[in-house]
Design a binder for this molecule. Structure first.
Ligand code: BES
Ligand code: ZN
Ligand code: ZN
Length: 496
């Protein structure tokens, strides 16, 4: 899909649809909407009077052959209350408009920003919203709905003075949305098409194309490094594990500057191992590599956006299978850090592979750690599919991430990690155990386990089990993988 700025006055645009948005207020026909009202001989004011145009969030009002405009259609999207309007709303509006027009076989439309929109922010949000909304999970369908695809989006309404800012925002939005869709594509792949080996090949290809340094650790190197926690998970099946290391180094790297470590869980399929999962819904466990895919997507975006900080991405990847060689409940494993672990439940495998991932990232020089993982069903109980669970050992660092999540329009909620929870994972015969001792707080227990391997480094854990997958399509997003946390992490890294 092409998306570009259009300088021509919008009334003269011969487009299949002209899209804009309306605020929910006493008189929704103001500013540019009032201009459109004049162009349409008062049609919009009449619609507002009759209650058909209210501005309620994501309300769709479609007008065919609007008199006075060259556009074949005028689509007005509700933007909600002006006071609550943000770049997050604009992103959804652009996405919802695209999906609304796409099912109506429209191929091309022009998006008109409202007066007073900040050029750079708004063009970025519209690009992210539109490109994200255009993603479909139809890769394996042999009959594609080619008649239902948007080819071109034009952004209009910016003045000449705003043009360069709008171009900048548009370019950034494109990079971020493409990276997010890259992650979503990986997350969608089933486990027979995406083993740890294949994921590593794709990561390597991406890194090389993007100009990032990359190293793939195979099973032998992983054994040499004594990544016992990762190996304990991979021993349950025939597919060998991989660890992907992708590094971005800025041109003017200063000694002593922070180095960000991004660690993503990439279990390409989680059967639970010997502590096997119920059959119902197990097919969804192909998305248990969403954390890893998201971190790879972040790196892809950073390669183009060139932040001023060094970033090391470590993605440990394995299947979690219940084969004859699988680890069994009660087994004791030694992590790369030397800590011993009682594996009381083989389904709590994400924290095991992250243990070695975090330790390795630190060894490579990361000073600030962030992990993302589809870690627990408990976070789904706590926050449903609305908020990402955030756990952080350093409040200023965590606050920085939460601030980025607001800008990125990705909802996140901080969870507690008080010392009291440390008791839950104290081992009976080894240093720690991989599940809590039966007192609830499952998402926190998972976080406390990972924290053991962050040591004194400022660390943030994102539990994306509830938010990485959309069970029902939203008006602005297809059903399936969301790529959540990518935009937040890109914003956070860019703010250094
Ligand atoms: N991959 C799962 C977590 C998960 C659940 C992801 C639902 C996406 C949706 C994880 O490896 C797991 O199985 N966790 C267990 C931990 C338990 C055994 C302590 C869980 O949450 O049940
Ligand atoms: Zn599991
Ligand atoms: Zn898992």
């Amino acid at each position: 899909m092409q998306i570009s700025l259009e300088a021509k006055p919008y009334a003269a645009l011969e487009t299949e649809a002209l899209v804009s948005y309306v605020f929910e207020e006493t008189d929704p026909v103001q500013g540019r909407i009032s201009e459109l009202d004049q162009a349409t001989n008062g049609l919009l004011r009449n619609l507002a009077k009759s209650g058909e145009l209210t501005g309620k969030t994501l309300e769709m009002t479609l007008i065919h052959a609007p008199a006075g405009l060259k556009a074949a259609r005028l689509l007005l999207v509700g933007a909600g209350k002006r006071e609550q309007f943000s770049s997050a709303t604009l992103r959804k509006i652009a996405g919802a408009a695209l999906r609304y027009l796409k099912v109506r076989s429209v191929k091309q439309f022009a998006f008109l920003v409202r007066e007073n929109a900040a050029a750079e922010d708004s063009s970025q949000s519209i690009a992210e919203g539109a490109l994200g909304a255009n993603f479909e999970s139809d890769k394996y369908k042999t009959e594609k709905k080619n008649d239902k695809s948007i080819d071109t989006v034009l952004l209009t309404g910016y003045s000449d003075a705003e043009r360069s800012s709008a171009e900048r925002g548009l370019a950034r939005g494109r990079v971020i949305a493409d990276a997010q869709n890259f992650a979503r594509d990986l997350i969608n792949e089933p486990s027979n098409k995406l083993t740890p080996k294949i994921l590593a090949e794709k990561a390597e290809a991406m890194a090389k194309q993007a100009g990032l340094a990359v190293e793939i650790l195979d099973e032998k190197k992983i054994a040499d490094l004594k990544m016992g926690a990762l190996l304990s998970v991979s021993q349950g099946g025939p597919e060998p594990p991989r660890v992907m290391v992708v590094t971005y180094t800025p041109a003017n790297l200063k000694p002593g500057a922070p180095v960000i470590g991004l660690i993503g869980k990439a279990v390409t399929f989680d059967t639970g191992g010997i502590s096997i999962k119920p059959a119902d819904g197990m097919e969804k466990m192909k998305y248990d590599m969403a954390g890893g895919a998201t971190m790879l997507g972040v790196m892809r975006a950073l390669a183009a956006l060139k932040p001023n900080v060094k970033v090391i991405c470590v993605v440990p990847s394995t299947e979690n299978m219940p084969g004859g060689t699988a680890q069994k409940p009660g087994d004791i494993q030694t992590a790369m850090s030397g800590k011993t672990i009682e594996v009381l439940n083989t389904d709590a495998e994400g924290r095991l592979i992250l243990a070695d991932g975090l330790h390795y990232a630190k060894q490579l020089g990361a000073t600030h750690l962030i992990d993302a993982a589809t870690l627990t069903g408990a976070i789904v109980v706590a926050l449903a599919n609305v908020n990402v669970g955030v756990f952080g050992s350093d409040q200023p660092f965590t606050d920085k991430l939460l601030a980025s999540s607001k800008v990125a329009g990705e909802k996140m909620w901080q969870m507690p990690i008080d010392d009291e929870y440390r008791e839950f994972i104290k081992g009976t015969v080894a240093d720690i155990q991989n599940i809590g001792s039966g007192k609830g707080g499952g998402a926190i227990t998972g976080a406390m386990f990972i924290k053991e391997f962050a040591g004194d480094s400022p660390w943030i854990h994102l539990d994306i089990a509830g938010t990485a997958w959309n069970d029902d399509a939203k008006s602005w997003l297809a059903k399936g993988p969301t790529g959540v946390a990518l935009r937040t992490l890109v914003h956070l890294v860019m703010s250094y």
